[in-house]
Design a binder for this molecule. Structure first.
Ligand code: SF4
Length: 361
């Protein structure tokens, strides 16, 4: 198949659903790790089309959602500093921190600009040499190479007023943590497609080997996801868990070597703070010694008020897969996309936003 609408072909979709129906005899609880998959599943009504034996569960793969309140508070505090411009991806602006949001800070006078790439942020720095430009670096392995490239570019051009607050996170360590927590039964994982274009499928090998759980790397179109479910069901039925790639047009087992080298040249592995889980060792990235001067946290130390979590918000539980948005008392009543209480209602990849938008309870 060459064109995107071919991955939305209804007849092929029906065939895959029939095949899953025929194959599936045992309960199969599948976690879609990635928020992009949650949205695609909801948008296409895939949950309702699968047999009762197959249950889908949302995971923690939304970078905005997993950013801890303490880190959001830091970005807001940085925005209050004089002569600072904050550059951020759009989803972050409405996310409530402990006391306010970047949107509220902007309304109160902070200079906060939405960008579509780190290159945009770097351009703002070039255009405003008298100001300090801080890019909020959130994301998983997918975003990291572009942030690394912008830092290398800033270094090359000697852009002295460009900084990054490094909130980057790694997927395989949080998968391992979820499995070690043992709070939920998972039979199979739909592994993230975009992340895997960078890291490949090999970093997931520990999941079938150590936990006996099946893994399939999936793309984001309805047929990609149905094919992945079929492959997972086949693995579960045969009792032979392994890592497979359904998203062959984007992912190789070894990943993208160039992007990995780029990441590795600028960042090193560090601990990271995840919403709903806490600090996970070696699950994030920080700037290597050579690039420390770009670190906004050390360049602009800020004093923070104690961290507060929004009362009644269960985003943390949803990200760990122990609850769904429908379990939240605030869902649809108090928490709405116009007045989000937690990040899962803000982000375009958030489970609460997807449940809300596609009318799922
Ligand atoms: Fe948090 Fe709102 Fe989701 Fe409830 S519905 S978990 S308050 S984001």
């Amino acid at each position: 198949m060459k064109f995107i609408d071919e991955y939305r072909n209804v007849e092929l979709g029906k065939k895959l659903i029939n095949r899953i129906d025929q194959l599936s005899t045992k309960p199969a609880r599948l976690m879609e790790f990635c928020g992009g998959h949650t949205v695609a599943i909801m948008r296409n009504g895939l949950r309702q089309l699968l047999p009762q034996t197959v249950e889908m569960l949302s995971g923690p793969g939304c970078p905005v959602c997993v950013t801890a309140n303490a880190d959001i508070d830091k970005t807001i505090a940085l925005s209050h500093l004089p002569n600072v411009i904050i550059a951020t991806f759009g989803d972050m602006i409405k996310v409530p921190g402990s006391y306010s949001s970047l949107q509220q800070a902007r309304a109160a006078g902070s200079d906060i600009r939405i960008v579509y790439s780190t290159q945009d942020a770097l351009q703002i720095a070039r255009d405003n040499p008298e100001k300090s430009v801080i890019f909020i670096g959130i994301g998983f392995e997918t975003t990291t190479p572009t942030i690394a490239a912008s830092i290398l570019q800033a270094e090359k051009e000697e852009v002295k007023n460009f900084y990054v607050i490094c909130l980057l996170k790694l997927c395989p360590p949080v998968m391992k943590t979820l499995l070690d927590l043992g709070e939920i039964r998972i039979d199979g994982i739909i592994c993230p497609g975009h992340v895997s274009t960078i890291i490949g499928s090999r970093p997931y090998e520990f999941i079938p080997n150590d936990y006996g759980i099946s893994c399939v790397v999936s793309g984001f179109e309805p047929l990609d996801i149905l094919l992945s479910v079929e492959m997972l069901v086949e693995q579960i039925e045969s009792g032979k868990p392994r890592v497979e790639i359904a998203y062959r047009r984007g992912v190789k087992p070894e990943g993208n070597r160039k992007a990995l080298e780029l990441m590795d040249s600028v960042f090193e592995v560090s601990d990271a703070n995840w919403r709903g889980i806490g600090v996970i060792p070696a699950s994030g990235l920080e700037l290597r010694e050579n690039y420390k001067r770009f670190n906004a946290e050390t360049a602009f130390p800020v004093v923070l008020e104690p961290v507060r979590e929004a009362k009644g918000c269960i985003c943390g539980d949803i990200l760990r897969g122990t609850k769904t948005p429908a379990d939240c008392k605030l869902f649809r009543r108090v928490c709405l996309p116009e007045h989000p209480v937690g990040p899962c209602m803000v982000s375009s990849e958030g489970a609460c936003a997807a449940y809300y938008q596609y009318g799922v309870d």
